[in-house]
Design a protein around this ligand. Structure first.
Ligand SMILES: CC(C)(COP(=O)(O)OP(=O)(O)OC[C@H]1O[C@@H](n2cnc3c(N)ncnc32)[C@H](O)[C@@H]1OP(=O)(O)O)[C@@H](O)C(=O)NCCC(=O)NCCS
Length: 155
C-alpha cells in the first residue's frame, strides 16, 4: 500500500479537538506527553506552534515546531501519530512535510531563514531514531533532558 499524502495544518479553534483525541500506544507514553499538553504549550507559551497531522483528510497526529531564539535552528517536537495509524509512512511524511514547509515559506513564517532542522529523541526510542537517521538527521553529542539531539542541515 502506498503511503498517504501527509500535510501539517496549524492547530486552530476548528481542529484542536481532533488533535486532542490522538493517542500513543502503551509503552510510547514514556517518550511523549499527551497531545493536550503540547496544545497547551503552544497556546500558552510563546515558542512552539502545534499542528495537526492530516492524512487522507483525517487528523491522525500532532507535531509542533519552533525556532530556537538563540541559535536559529528549526526544531521539531511532540511528534505523535495515533496508535491505530502508525507504520504507514505518516511519521516520515510529517517530517518531510515540515522540511518542505520551511524550505518554501521561511523566513515569512517565523522571521528566521531555514538553515538547519533539529530535534531530540529518547535513546531507546528505536523506531523514531531509525526514522530520523534515515531522513539524514545526525547525532551531535548534545543531550537535552535525557534525550539525544539530532540535526540536519538544509538540503
Ligand atoms: C515515531 C512515530 C512518529 C513514527 O511514525 P509512523 O507513522 O509510525 O512511522 P512511519 O510509518 O513513517 O515509519 C517510519 C519508519 O519506522 C519504521 N517503523 C514504524 N513503526 C514501526 C514499528 N512498530 N516497529 C518497527 N519499525 C517501525 C517503519 O518501517 C519506517 O521505516 P522504513 O521507512 O525504513 O520502512 C510513531 O511511531 C509514534 O507516534 N510513536 C510514539 C511517539 C514517539 O515516539 N514520537 C517520537 C518522539 S521523538
Amino acid at each position: 500500500m502506498s503511503a498517504p499524502a501527509v500535510t501539517v495544518v496549524p492547530a486552530t479553534e476548528q481542529n484542536w479537538r481532533d488533535i486532542a483525541r490522538v493517542r500513543p500506544a502503551g509503552r510510547q507514553r514514556d517518550w511523549v506527553a499527551d497531545a493536550t499538553y503540547y496544545l497547551c504549550l503552544s497556546a500558552y507559551g510563546d515558542l512552539w506552534r502545534s499542528c495537526a497531522i492530516v492524512a487522507d483528510g483525517e487528523t491522525v497526529g500532532h507535531v509542533m515546531w519552533a525556532v530556537d531564539p538563540d541559535e536559529g535552528s528549526h526544531w521539531i517536537g511532540g511528534l505523535l501519530v495515533d496508535a491505530g495509524r502508525q507504520g504507514h509512512g505518516i511519521g516520515r511524511g510529517t517530517v518531510l512535510a515540515l522540511l518542505d514547509l520551511w524550505e518554501r515559506e521561511e523566513p515569512s513564517l517565523s522571521g528566521t531563514p531555514f538553515r538547519e532542522a533539529a530535534l531530540s529523541v529518547s535513546p531507546d526510542n528505536e523506531v523514531a531514531l531509525g526514522l530520523y537517521r534515515s531522513l539524514g538527521f545526525l547525532e551531535t553529542g548534545e543531550v537535552e533532558d535525557d534525550e539525544i539531539v539530532l540535526r540536519r542541515a538544509r538540503g
